[in-house]
Design a protein around this ligand. Sequence first.
Ligand SMILES: *[C@@H]1O[C@H](CO)[C@@H](O)[C@H](O)[C@H]1NC(C)=O
Ligand SMILES: *[C@@H]1O[C@H](CO)[C@@H](O)[C@H](O)[C@H]1NC(C)=O
Ligand SMILES: *[C@@H]1O[C@H](CO)[C@@H](O)[C@H](O)[C@H]1NC(C)=O
Ligand SMILES: *[C@@H]1O[C@H](CO)[C@@H](O)[C@H](O)[C@H]1NC(C)=O
Length: 272
Amino acid sequence: MHLSLTITAALACGFPVLATVPPWRFPFSNSTTSSRMLSTLSTDEVMRSTELGIISTCTSSVPTATSLSLNQQLLLAETTSDRINLLRDDSQFVFDFNRSQNESENNGEFVVANREAFPALIGTGAGMAVGRIGPCGLHKFHVHRRSAELQLVVQGRLVTEMVSGNNADGTRRVIRNEIGPYQMTPFYQGSVHTQFNPDCTNVTFVSSFASEDFGTEYMFDQLFAFSDDVIGASFGRMLAAEDVDILRREIPASVAFGVKQCLQQCDPERIW
Ligand SMILES: *[C@@H]1O[C@H](CO)[C@@H](O)[C@H](O)[C@H]1NC(C)=O
Ligand SMILES: *[C@@H]1O[C@H](CO)[C@@H](O)[C@H](O)[C@H]1NC(C)=O
Ligand SMILES: *[C@@H]1O[C@H](CO)[C@@H](O)[C@H](O)[C@H]1NC(C)=O
Ligand SMILES: *[C@@H]1O[C@H](CO)[C@@H](O)[C@H](O)[C@H]1NC(C)=O
């Protein structure tokens, strides 16, 4: 209802034909009254009234196009040039990946340019992330459901693993590679993958996506969102339902502190 009213109001404000309807056509001379009446009418009645030119003005109590967020307006723009002109300032077309993060328990950080963070992406069908993974850090198992990822290492090295779907014989292929500066690897849309830094220095990378809203979902977090008895049962005899919560609490943040052999060399204090 709210959205319908908004669209109706936008139509009433936007169509010059309505504005030129002679005053005698309006049964309500007082716009406060008419907007109050409007809010009590059904959507159909409002639409019909609009066609008849009954709604005279865009009053403040009626939602207007400007009550939509910038991103909503960008998503609804009728033409590309309308959309681009909603971004009045040239600087709105620049995204700065050099921004600090607030995830202290993470051994790394990701700055994501999706359409929420960077409205100028709306209409491009593309997104990007720039990340750092600390010494020995592991970016735990995850998927991007709405896009493939092309990952390019800028500095340092990453060991990447990706599992494809099930083969006909029930086996799974794990594709493992080491990528260094200016090397790239694809992770297919929806494929489970992980990356870790095998060195004692930071690694930085750039990932591009064919979606403005690629999303990242962590496999263990998703799995452990289910109820304890179902998870326990799925692990067969290995895990009692009462132990599930202990395991759930141990799941690290997005970049875990590391692969054991690497920690031995770089940060022995963190070895568990
Ligand atoms: C419009 O109608 C409202 C409610 O009936 C009333 O309080 C207000 O004084 C009216 N305004 C004018 C300009 O007549
Ligand atoms: C990134 O931001 C920090 C803090 O604002 C600044 O000190 C640094 O120079 C910036 N780096 C680049 C490459 O602009
Ligand atoms: C970072 O997170 C902590 C704890 O959640 C919070 O107290 C702090 O205000 C945050 N800092 C910034 C800059 O957002
Ligand atoms: C990695 O980068 C972080 C953030 O810029 C920095 O605090 C840390 O000292 C770096 N670590 C190494 C080993 O260079």
